[in-house]
Every structure is written in C-alpha cells, then in structure tokens.
Design a protein around this ligand. Structure first.
Ligand code: V0V
Ligand code: CO
Length: 146
C-alpha cells in the first residue's frame, strides 16, 4: 500500500539560493541535507508535515553534482521545476513487484539508497502519464538505547 506523499522532488540550479527562497517565503527549514553520489545530487529535505502512517511529507530540493546526472540533464532541457513525486510505502519491494506486474517499467532491479537511509526506486515517466514517480520506504526508526 502507498500511504503518503513522501516528497515532491524539485530540481534547481543553486541549492543554497533555493533553500533560502523556501525559508524566506514560507518559513520552511532544512530538516536534512546530504549528497547522493550515485544519483548525482545534492539535496535538502524540508519537512512539511507528519503523516498518519508514522512518516512525513517533504519537499526535496535537488541540485546536480555532475553534468551527466539525471537532474542535470533534466534541468538543461526544462529549466527549474517539479522533477518527480514520491509515494511512501512500508514495503517498496512488494509495491515495485506489484506495479511491474501491471506493465509499468520499474527502473531498478533492486531498490537503491535514497535520502536519510531510505530505499527507493523509480517508475518510468512515460508509463506514468509524464510523471517521474518514486517509491520510498523510510529507514527503520532507531530504537532508543537501553
Ligand atoms: C525525463 N523525462 C521525464 C523526466 N525525465 N518526464 C517527466 N519527468 C521527468 N523527471 C522524459 C523526457 O522528457 C523524455 O521524453 C523521456 O522521458 C526520456 O528522457 P531523457 O531526457 O532521454 O532521459 P533518460 O531516458 O536518459 O532518463 C530519464 C529517466 C532518468 C527517467 C530514465 O531520469 C532516471 O533514471 N531517473 C531516475 C533517477 C533520478 O531521477 N534521480 C534523481 C533524483 P521525450 O522528450 O522523449 O518525450 S534522486 C532522489 O529523488 C533521491 C536520492 C531520493 O528521493 O532520495
Ligand atoms: Co526523490
């Protein structure tokens, strides 16, 4: 089951300036930031709200780290804007398998590492009415030390 909008991915040329826009205009603060070399992005997660499945919804601001990254390619073609949407699920493996059975191209054989230790995969935008769609299972919450 897909139980939340985990995030909306927004491609930008300058992460720091874009973060500042979201802070100054809406008051959203950076919850987490990291570089994902495999995906070729530097990203900031702005937490918007918690969700009733125990997760949360974020904006994910993305700046490419290299010219051959998917986000760099997309920015060159489209300019800044909404790049993908991501649905949260407790079981990205099962959801990917179900969706693949329905004839939608799932881009990865096995989910890869996403933001904050999550496991992610993508569905091809051409099979999703033009929307690059990501599926996310968050990292398990660390249990407190005893
Ligand atoms: C490409 N297309 C898109 C699109 N990117 N359509 C909607 N939204 C997008 N974001 C369209 C494009 O306009 C072309 O349509 C067609 O798909 C083929 O695109 P292309 O430019 O030739 O690019 P490809 O085929 O080399 O790559 C497209 C795919 C690639 C979707 C396969 O971007 C990909 O593998 N994306 C998944 C990984 C990713 O995006 N990582 C960055 C975020 P026409 O012109 O032929 O009609 S990382 C992230 O979200 C993380 C880490 C996280 O959440 O934790
Ligand atoms: Co994403």
């Amino acid at each position: 089951m897909l139980t939340r909008i985990d995030h909306i991915g927004i491609a930008c040329f300058d992460l720091d300036r874009t973060v500042e826009f979201y802070r100054a205009t809406y008051g959203f603060e950076v919850f987490h930031s990291e570089v994902n070399e495999e995906q070729g992005v530097r990203e900031a997660m702005l937490k918007i709200n918690s969700t009733d499945d125990g997760g949360a919804s974020y904006l994910q601001l993305l700046e490419p780290t290299r010219e051959d990254s998917t986000v760099a390619k997309w920015l060159a073609k489209n300019g800044e804007g909404v790049h993908h949407i991501a649905f949260g699920t407790a079981d990205v493996d099962a959801e990917s398998a179900d969706i693949r059975e329905k004839g939608v191209r799932v881009l990865y054989e096995e989910p890869r590492r996403g933001s904050m230790g999550s496991r992610i995969t993508f569905l091809h935008p051409k099979d999703c009415h033009g929307v690059l769609t990501e599926l996310v299972t968050s990292a398990p919450v660390e249990s407190p030390e005893h």
